[in-house]
Design a protein around this ligand. Structure first.
Ligand code: PLP
Length: 258
């Protein structure tokens, strides 16, 4: 059903309006977790669901580290904090994005600077280049598969020494020049909210190659201690995420893009 209540004709196009049902295997695991009552991420002696998700997601994406948190918004916020930007730091974001993006910046004491987006929904590179001087970081939202020119963005940012955060909230499985989106910048952030590629109700994850982002290991191991906010992932959404996306366990891109 479309948002205006219209019934869609079956055209063979994927249904992008309804959330995927939670599969039986995930419901069995959730029941097991509820029965145990142990939903906290840190209490399992080994193979904690959150740690397994992080390991599987990192392996799937081909990145070294992954950190599961409560939402993609939390991942974006944490990525900004981990970069240790000064208060009031200017961060470029595309004008076509979601409210969570400027919100994460404001929460991290940064100042959003909007960059024009063309009719193709991609970042306008002339405006980007004009606004990059003076920016402390860049956050690129890959909106609905309309990936901006990451080669051009990375070339300009690398030359200027400006770190790039990829907001891949709904671009899990997208590739750019053979590279997984989310692995091109310093940090990649994904959403597991109900209408994203992996439906865990709520949830998010960030990936990075950098064990020691400037703020130190604590920001990647203990997001609450580093930021003063409770943004950890707990076991129920994680369990749903691990089970409802076959790719999280099989690693196959065909499944991922199904
Ligand atoms: C482009 C974009 N970035 C970030 C988010 C935030 O994701 P979450 O709902 O997991 O916080 C969304 C959510 O829809 C989004 O569309």
């Amino acid at each position: 059903m479309a948002p205006d209540g219209q019934i869609l004709q079956q055209t063979g196009a994927p249904n992008v309006y309804d959330a995927d049902p939670i599969p039986e295997a995930a419901r069995v695991e959730i029941e097991r977790l509820l029965t145990s009552g142990d939903l906290f991420r840190y209490t399992a002696p080994q193979d904690a669901p959150v740690a397994l998700l992080e390991a599987e997601f990192a392996a799937l994406m081909g990145s070294r580290y992954a950190l599961a948190v409560s939402s993609c918004s939390a991942a974006l916020f944490l990525a900004l904090k981990a970069l240790d930007l000064p208060k009031g730091a200017k961060v470029l974001i595309p004008a076509f994005t979601f409210a969570a993006v400027p919100s994460s910046l404001v929460h991290a004491d940064c100042e959003p600077v909007l960059v024009e987006v063309g009719e193709n929904y991609r970042v306008d590179m002339a405006d980007f280049a004009a606004k990059l001087p003076g920016a402390a970081a860049v956050m690129i939202s890959h909106m609905r598969g309309h990936t901006s020119d990451m080669d051009a963005i990375m070339a300009l940012c690398d030359a200027a020494g400006v770190p790039v955060i990829e907001d891949a909230a709904h671009s899990l499985g997208t590739v750019w020049g053979g590279r997984n989106i989310g692995t091109i910048g310093k940090v990649g952030c994904f959403s597991f909210q109900s209408y994203k590629m992996v439906n865990a109700g709520e949830g998010g994850i960030l990936i990075t190659e950098t064990r020691r982002l400037p703020r130190g290991r604590s920001s990647c191991r203990a997001p609450m201690r580093a930021t003063g906010r409770s943004i950890r992932g707990c076991r129920i959404p994680v369990r749903i995420g691990r089970t409802s996306c076959p790719c999280i366990t099989c690693g196959c891109r065909t499944c991922l893009l199904r």
